[in-house]
Design a protein around this ligand. Structure first.
Ligand SMILES: Nc1ncnc2c1ncn2[C@@H]1O[C@H](COP(=O)(O)OP(=O)(O)OP(=O)(O)O)[C@@H](O)[C@H]1O
Ligand SMILES: O=c1[nH]c(=O)c2[nH+]cn([C@@H]3O[C@H](COP(=O)(O)O)[C@@H](O)[C@H]3O)c2[nH]1
Ligand SMILES: NC(=O)CC[C@H](N)C(=O)O
Ligand SMILES: [Mg+2]
Length: 515
């Protein structure tokens, strides 16, 4: 059982546990200890969270959880809670660690780190630290700045680590989790998933019945897989709607119109809504405001499309009240979907939805991560060009212009983006990177010299990242000659851009998109 203290990664922990073939469920930290124990968990994992354990309003923990004989693993905030509740010390030591950190294993052969290297890369995201372990606990790892980075009390079956073993950038994380499950808690890897496709098709049929639905189709992986699932469930009761909001990349609308329909045979309605989105966005530079506006306009366009379909279908059309979206679990988490989870950004299809939404949502991928969605897509027989496509955010180039969005700026960014994509594809790097946002710093200017003349132009940022599920990411080490070609071409070919910079920040602390 994963107890969620408002973590960005709670669902990820549950998923890693399932990957270890042990069934897992998530419960909020507000659930009383008695109720948690009444569910008879074989093991408990305490998640991370945004609070500081010593703060007045911080979520606390009932010591009964440590005394019931159930093996417990604390991660990050959960580790700090465990340390404090059992008599150790947690404070703000000033030694913050975000992103890549080297962990030194202090005790070889410990339950959690058995068989893993003495020095290993872990992903950290914390500002507080445990400075003294509770009595009876052995310190099993440290970092350059944090002396107590992991501890265990094997007799009581209590374990804790300051880092996040659940994220893929912690190179031995899965092994640490499995050691807890198999060695610490003595569980066997015996659980398997039933087919997600069959389960979802049945659920969609039950939800939609004989009614009709529309699906927001972007050409991206998520909506393609969602559409294919719904099509399998309800066939021609589904119509897909592609919204051209004027924030798409070069050539994208044409590609969806031609290639996508050819590959999937869906019924597609293309709506040109550029004026409406750009008018609504005029003069707005706050990222959250942009996201909310885009989310609202999307729904308004879907409503209009629905009205048109109803008119076309006559009386039978009254039933079009379902909206299928390719919402994924990371969209939900990062929009503050869990209890006490910080809102990092409102994804247009979750937190950005208007309150007066008239549709009933159908979101068959809401609990899944990208790599799982790709597997479902493959199972449904979608072509590789769709299943392996890099993600592109629904708000499109609107959240890749730092500053207000207008047609002129969009044209600049579209050109720069097209060059970067062309060169990355030519270099055969598409499958190596997760995605490479190109960002226009429209409110920043710098001095350059071009053709012996002074220029005062805008910088463009390249943000190539590697990731497994977008929850964490690292910057991609692209070959210098590819970067150089992109830089030369952008500054030569795109008017008003006189500088190209590379974003070398991991996530955390950065996010993938700039807004
Ligand atoms: N231009 C668009 N027209 C219609 N619906 C859209 C559009 N852009 C996004 N959506 C809707 O919002 C959802 C979320 O967008 P998101 O970008 O996360 O997914 P995607 O485009 O399907 O896949 P990917 O993440 O691979 O780009 C989509 O699944 C789709 O339902
Ligand atoms: O459909 C989407 N609607 C959104 O509002 C949105 N914002 C970010 N993204 C994509 O999500 C992943 C994680 O992005 P961040 O690290 O920037 O949060 C990355 O793959 C981003 O491209 C979005 N996708
Ligand atoms: N990711 C976490 O759990 C962070 C725990 C705590 N908020 C800290 O900053 O140390
Ligand atoms: Mg997309």
């Amino acid at each position: 059982m994963v107890v969620d203290f408002g973590a960005q990664y709670a669902q990820l922990i549950a998923r890693r546990v399932r990957e270890a073939r042990v069934y897992s469920e998530i419960v909020p930290h507000t659930m009383p200890a008695a109720e948690i124990l009444a569910r008879n968990p074989k093991a408990i994992i305490l998640s991370g969270g945004p609070s500081s354990v010593y703060a007045d309003d911080a979520p606390s923990i009932d010591r009964a959880l440590f005394e019931a004989g159930v093996p417990v693993l604390g991660l990050c905030y959960g580790f700090q809670l465990m340390a404090q509740a059992l008599g150790g010390t947690v404070d703000n030591t000033g030694s913050r660690e975000y992103g890549r950190t080297d962990l030194s294993i202090a005790k070889r052969g410990s339950t959690l780190f058995e068989g893993t290297p003495g020095e290993q890369q872990v992903w950290m995201s914390h500002g507080d630290a445990c400075s003294a372990a509770p009595e009876g606990f052995t310190v099993t790892a440290s970092t350059a700045t944090v002396p107590v980075a992991a501890f265990e009390n094997d007799k009581r079956k209590l374990y804790g680590v300051q880092h996040h073993p659940e994220v893929m950038h912690s190179t031995h994380g899965q092994q640490v989790l499995e050691h807890f499950l198999y060695r610490g808690a003595g569980l066997a890897p015996s659980w398997t998933t039933t087919s997600i496709v069959d389960e979802q098709v049945a659920a969609i049929r039950e939800q939609v019945g004989s009614k009709r639905a529309i699906c927001g189709l972007s050409g991206g992986v998520d909506s393609a897989v969602a559409a294919a699932l719904v099509q399998k469930a309800i066939g021609t009761q589904l119509t897909c709607v592609y919204v051209d909001h004027g924030l798409m990349r070069k050539g994208e609308t044409e590609q969806v119109e031609k290639d996508f329909v050819a590959a999937t045979g869906v019924q597609l309605k293309v709506v040109d809504a550029a004026d409406r989105f750009l008018d609504a966005l005029a003069g707005v530079s706050d990222p959250e405001q942009k996201r909310k506006i885009i989310g609202r306009e999307f729904i308004r366009v879907f409503e209009q499309a629905q009205a048109e379909l109803v008119a076309e279908a006559g009386a039978a059309g009254e039933d079009v009240a379902f909206l299928v979206q390719g919402t994924l679990y990371p969209d939900v988490v990062e929009s503050g979907g869990g209890s006490g989870t910080a809102n990092i950004k409102s994804h247009h299809n979750v937190g950005g939805l208007p309150e007066d939404l008239e549709f009933e949502l159908v979101e068959p991928l809401r609990k899944l991560f990208k790599d799982e969605v790709r597997m479902v897509g493959q199972e449904l027989g979608l072509p590789d060009e769709i299943v392996q496509r890099q993600p592109f955010p629904g708000p499109g180039l609107g959240i890749r212009i730092v500053g207000a969005v207008d047609r002129e700026r969009l044209d600049l960014l579209r050109e720069a983006d097209a060059i970067a994509r062309e060169e990355l594809t030519a270099a055969g790097l598409d499958r190596d990177i997760w995605q490479c946002p190109v960002v226009l710093l429209a409110d920043v200017r710098s001095v350059g010299v071009q053709g012996d003349g002074r220029t005062y132009g805008h910088p463009v940022v390249l943000r190539p990242v590697s990731s497994e599920d977008a929850m964490t990411a690292d910057w991609s080490r692209l070959p210098y000659d590819v970067l150089s070609r992109i830089s030369t071409r952008i500054t030569n070919e795109v008017r008003d851009v006189n500088r190209v910079v590379l974003d070398i920040t991991s996530k955390p602390p950065g996010t993938i998109e700039w807004e």
